[in-house]
Design a protein around this ligand. Structure first.
Ligand code: GLA
Length: 394
């Protein structure tokens, strides 16, 4: 827990609102370890909460306005409690507005809130700073409204904020991981049943995120398009295999794909192959963890990246370079892009004793060939979101 950030947030809160917060919540970012674009296909993902997160501080407003401050850029947005609307001028506030809308949907709130958030999740690195904001805001604002929201409902409220306010048709991976993360354990989620289990990550598992800082244009529309292509593929398999009751790519195996892909356009076929392969890799990966076969787990990560690159086409030259450099670096066991793709970061599985050397080497080689330097961040699975007890006043 980074108390310096929380203290800074408390001071800022007092500067802006001349009072102390009533509720403080924390939610971490996440890293996707294996299972790419499988969540909205009702498949499986292995992921981890990270030690970086967002603190959201909240108090009741004296009136019907909601005020929220982004502590890092010191910007404030004010909106009516009863009618939050997205605003392209301040897209960061849309996540908070969306969460507020989800919490207050059924009623017309008579009071607004005073809110402020501050955190240390690197932005644009594919580490889901947006989910950290949604979940920390959701926990603090639910407490303020005296609502007891079950964890999966909170995850859905965060997801709905993305769908309705940010325009990204994401799955539930980011929110679930932020909520259910545990120290030194990976989160394994079945996105059909929404059963979440955690698997010990052990001392042999160390990750390094390499953030390229690149964000290619049209990320959101490409994401939404992939989702549509997957849906098209699932419809095809449902049509050619009517007796199987296929409702999502989760229901299709790689041997089904081989036998029944005829009639599916090439793009949708490759998208489907990626998702089907990823599901199979996650299940195999979970077994590798249980057997402590870290080398085999790393190979699954490399295979995942290749599939992103060729089948799902959600990689980019910068991410490919990181993975290629990682492959040639001693101490690296696996590497793949992590998260939505089209920029952001790659995650490397690294032998613990080589972490520093790998970080330096990968960054040095990458930076030689790129205008924009990458940033490396060692990642160890960390605890999930929580409402913090009342802190002593500063
Ligand atoms: C983004 C989305 C998630 C998930 C990943 C890809 O992080 O928000 O729901 O689809 O991409 O696995």
């Amino acid at each position: 827990m980074n108390t310096a950030i929380l203290e800074q947030a408390r001071l800022l809160f007092r500067d802006y609102y001349q009072c102390d917060p009533i509720h403080v919540a924390y939610a971490p970012g996440r890293v996707e370890i294996l299972g790419n674009h499988t969540d909205y296909n009702e498949g499986f993902v292995l992921s981890s909460a990270i030690a970086q997160g967002t603190w959201f501080l909240a108090a009741s407003a004296p009136d019907t306005q909601c005020r929220v401050v982004a502590g890092d850029v010191r910007e404030q947005v004010v909106f009516p409690a009863a009618s939050p609307r997205p605003d392209p001028q301040a897209p960061w506030a849309d996540y908070v507005k969306g969460v507020w809308a989800g919490l207050t949907d059924a009623e017309s709130p008579s009071r607004g809130f005073l809110g402020l958030f501050l955190g240390n999740v690197p932005l644009g690195a594919g580490l889901s700073s947006s989910a950290a904001l949604e979940i920390s805001a959701g926990l603090a604002l639910a407490a303020l409204c005296q609502r007891d929201i079950p964890p999966l409902d909170l995850a859905r409220i965060g997801q709905a904020a993305e769908h309705r306010f940010a325009g990204v048709q994401c799955g539930l991976l980011d929110q679930i991981t932020s909520i259910f993360g545990q120290p030194d354990r990976l989160v394994k989620t079945d996105f059909r049943s929404l059963a979440v289990e955690t698997i010990p990550a052990g001392d042999a598992l160390r990750f390094l995120v390499v953030n390229t800082g690149v964000k290619h244009r049209l990320v959101d529309s490409e994401y939404n398009r992939r989702r549509e292509e997957c849906r098209r593929a699932a419809t095809h398999f449902a049509t050619v295999l009517p007796e199987r009751n296929i409702t999502a790519l989760r229901d299709v195996s790689s041997s089904d794909w081989e036998r029944y892909r005829a009639g599916l356009d090439d793009t949708a076929a490759r998208r489907a192959l990626h998702v089907i392969g990823e599901n199979e890799r996650v299940l195999a990966g979970a077994n590798c963890l249980r057997d402590a076969d870290i080398a085999a787990f790393g190979q699954l990560m490399f295979a995942s990246h290749e599939s992103s690159r060729y089948n799902f086409e959600n990689s980019c030259p910068e991410l490919d370079d990181v993975v290629a450099i990682a492959r040639d670096t001693d101490g690296v066991l696996g590497a793949r892009l992590s998260g939505g793709g089209f920029g952001g970061g790659s995650v490397l599985l690294v032998e613990p004793e080589s972490l520093d050397a790998v970080a330096q080497h990968v960054a040095a080689v990458y930076n030689r060939g790129h205008h924009h330097p990458c940033i490396t961040l060692p990642v160890r699975p960390a605890a999930g979101a929580r409402l913090l007890g009342m802190q002593q006043k500063l």
